[in-house]
Design a protein around this ligand. Structure first.
Ligand SMILES: Nc1ncnc2c1ncn2[C@@H]1O[C@H](COP(=O)(O)OP(=O)(O)O)[C@@H](O)[C@H]1O
Ligand SMILES: [Mg+2]
Length: 262
């Protein structure tokens, strides 16, 4: 059974005078259990919308999305037990500290407090959360620090399908690397399936088994990074993911991509 299967997915939004616009159109993909699958696309290409639909936070307008066989619309409650989403707008108890937020989550999942606290400290240290922040209220942390706490929480009690919406956007290079290592380790250790979005081509190339390139709500290419690069390499020199994007969209991959707004 697929960990995630998506067929003919469509999502439209009403946008002022432009009326209805497609955020996603004709999306089809399948993710195998234990796979790290990346959705790579520029800002506004539909990545967060796609993740929100899989996470049961948005309803599709057409098509079908299943998580381990369960339909995200008709069996949303079941899907919610199998997933965890990390995004820029992560929800925390703002008055509680990073440690308290993680221990609260651990209790819900029946992880003993001492074990959870040790593991949480290890995750915070790896992600470079300053030690003096671990006991401070979440609301006093910077955005990047809050993002590290959100990532740590997901790794403390990993779900069957981990949804990571731009988990490394806005992080410093060292923390970025650490998050990538954690993702690879998690799959190795627990066999967790990971569905992640990124606009970092190097990241997609480095950690994803397969990627879908999204442009204006459509998948314009899909495959292993190696196969995608081989397809566009013509003179024997190695192609980059930037070359792949240019070959399938005719557009340059902007290197001025700022952090996501959503
Ligand atoms: N709630 C919403 N209402 C209207 N338009 C939206 C909404 N959410 C997303 N969109 C639009 O859908 C498109 C895709 O957005 P999004 O999924 O956030 O892209 P990405 O995450 O790749 O930056 C954009 O044009 C965005 O403006
Ligand atoms: Mg987004």
């Amino acid at each position: 059974m697929d960990a995630l299967s998506i067929r003919d997915l469509e999502k439209r939004f009403v946008k002022g005078r432009r009326g209805e616009v497609y955020a996603l159109r004709g999306i089809g993909l399948r993710v195998a259990p234990g796979e790290i699958y990346g959705v790579l696309g520029p800002n506004g290409s539909g990545k967060s919308t796609l993740v929100r639909i899989v996470a049961t936070l948005l309803l599709p307008d057409a098509g079908e999305v299943r998580v381990f066989g369960h339909d995200v619309v008709r069996e949303a409650w079941k899907v919610r037990e199998l997933i965890h989403r990390v995004s820029a707008e992560a929800a925390f108890f703002k008055k509680l500290s990073p440690m308290e937020n993680l221990l609260y989550g651990a209790r819900l999942y029946g992880i003993p407090g001492r074990i959870a606290a040790r593991r949480a400290r290890e995750l915070f240290s790896r992600l470079g959360l300053p030690p003096d922040r671990i006991g401070k209220p979440m609301e006093q942390l910077s955005r990047g620090q809050q993002q590290k706490v959100a990532v740590a929480r997901a790794f403390l009690h990993p779900p069957r399908l981990l949804l990571l919406d731009e988990p490394t956007t806005g992080l410093d290079p060292r923390s970025k690397r650490e998050v990538q290592e954690l993702i690879l380790e998690l799959r190795e250790r627990e066999g967790t399936t990971v569905f992640l979005t990124t606009h970092d081509m190097e990241e997609a190339d480095r950690i994803c088994d397969r990627v879908a390139i999204l442009d204006e709500g459509r998948i314009v290419a899909q495959g292993t990074p190696a196969a995608l690069k081989a397809r566009v390499s013509c003179d024997g020199s190695e192609a980059t993911m930037e070359d792949v994007f240019f070959a399938v969209t005719g557009k340059e991959w902007g290197d001025d991509e700022g952090p996501e707004a959503t």
